[in-house]
Ligand binder design. Structure first.
Ligand SMILES: [Fe+2]
Length: 158
């Protein structure tokens, strides 16, 4: 049953962009796990904890995005090989300084924010307000976390 009241084809572009976002979020999630394990130095306890908070948040968001794709009657990507192929976020090296880990995290956020803006634009066009609402909430949240990380980098190193 078409409970959405929007033609499935009209949502194809939204679903495609949501899948790119999902793939990007998965790689971002794995980058954070790696940083949580490999961070070293004076800021270990603080950053080990921060990366854990970020990946736990990412885990929840990933599930919401995949289930939104299903809700709009499309198929979320489920394979790591697809995530690597479609992700805008690049895999991070694990041997990085703590400052570089945060700089990479912030750059990953920039990629994710870009994805979100494009999803919102496409979803608005086809009156898919459910997707707009979900992604807009995530966007504000990631922007706020980005501000905090940027403040941390500035505090310690500038
Ligand atoms: Fe842990």
């Amino acid at each position: 049953m078409n409970y959405l009241g929007i033609e499935k084809e009209h949502l194809s572009s939204v679903a495609k962009k949501l899948n790119v976002f999902l793939a990007s979020y998965q790689i971002y999630y794995q980058n954070l796990r790696s940083f949580h394990w490999h961070v070293k130095g004076n800021n270990f306890f603080e950053l080990h904890e921060l990366f854990e908070q970020l990946y736990n948040d990412a885990k929840v968001k990933i599930d919401e995005v995949a289930e939104r794709i299903l809700t709009i009657r499309h198929k979320p990507m489920g394979n790591v090989s697809e995530y690597l192929e479609y992700s805008l976020v690049k895999e991070a090296k694990d041997i990085l300084s703590d400052k570089d880990m945060l700089t990479v995290t912030l750059s990953n956020h920039t990629d994710l924010i870009q994805c979100m803006r494009e999803i919102i634009a496409d979803a608005s066009e086809v009156h898919d307000e459910g997707t707009v609402d979900l992604i807009a909430g995530m966007l504000g949240d990631l922007e706020k976390r980005s501000w905090m990380i940027d403040s941390w980098i500035s505090r310690r190193f500038v």
